[in-house]
Design a binder for this molecule. Structure first.
Ligand code: SF4
Length: 235
């Protein structure tokens, strides 16, 4: 039996204990990554999600309106597989209109400042609204994903949004994740089969070559330590 074959048992138990110690409401971010699918699977195993209409953690996604069509199709496939509703949240229409007038379709590639402005309107502000009033949120982040996440912990205090952040996959390797996905036959975004290693917005994400870093296809024109959209700002 390989060392990663039992990955998930410990994390599901830890998640169950953490969530039972928290006051609701708790939210779970689903951004169509393999990591999110594994984290949601763990959450369900932990018995943390109440049946439809119950008071379990709300599973949500940030629909930036710049996602790949494949991601749109995967949304429904994931809902059916996990038997949960994944609630979509969109940018504020007025802010989006102003952003498009300012940047056009591709202006986010012109500078780090413009790219961060787009992420702010399409991701960060909607997330702030979702997390308002929540006691904690669950993510699929892993320390091994990038230099910006290398000191990630299972439990953190999210200073930006003012609540607890739970990262059940914090110390998982690429092999741990692949083994867990395979063992539980969890469906993935079809973009993975086309060489993507991380899933994001269409203008800012591309397929990568074998051996390249997990997040090297995100904002590929930027330096590695700039590759965050502002949702996971960390000291
Ligand atoms: S990832 Fe790209 S398209 Fe998506 S919100 Fe950020 S800058 Fe805009």
């Amino acid at each position: 039996m390989s060392s990663n074959s039992l990955r998930g048992d410990k994390e599901a138990g830890a998640l169950s204990r953490i969530l039972s110690a928290l006051r609701p409401p708790v939210a779970m971010a689903f951004s169509y990554q393999a990591e999110d699918a594994a984290a949601l699977h763990l959450l369900l195993r932990a018995g943390a999600l109440a049946p439809e209409g119950g008071a379990g953690p709300e599973v949500f996604t940030l629909d930036t309106r710049r996602l790949f069509p494949e991601t749109g199709a995967y949304h429904r496939e994931a809902e059916l597989f996990f038997n949960v509703t994944i609630h979509r949240y969109y940018p504020d229409p007025e802010e989006e209109k102003a952003l498009e007038a300012e940047l056009g379709e591709w202006g986010m590639r012109e500078s780090l400042e413009k790219r961060r402005r787009c992420c702010e309107v399409r991701k960060v502000r909607p997330l702030g609204k979702i997390l308002a009033g929540k006691s904690a949120w669950v993510t699929g982040l892993r320390a091994a994903q990038s230099v910006t996440r290398s000191d990630l912990k299972l439990l953190e205090y999210d200073e930006k949004f003012g609540l607890i952040k739970i990262n059940p996959l914090a110390d998982w390797s690429d092999e741990d994740l692949a083994a867990y996905i395979g063992r539980h036959r969890i469906p993935l975004n079809p973009l993975y089969a086309r060489g993507f290693k991380s899933i994001g917005c269409a203008p800012c994400t591309r397929a990568v070559r074998e051996g390249e870093d997990t997040r090297s296809g995100r904002w590929w024109w930027e330096l590695p330590d700039h590759k965050e959209c502002g949702l996971h700002s960390r000291r």
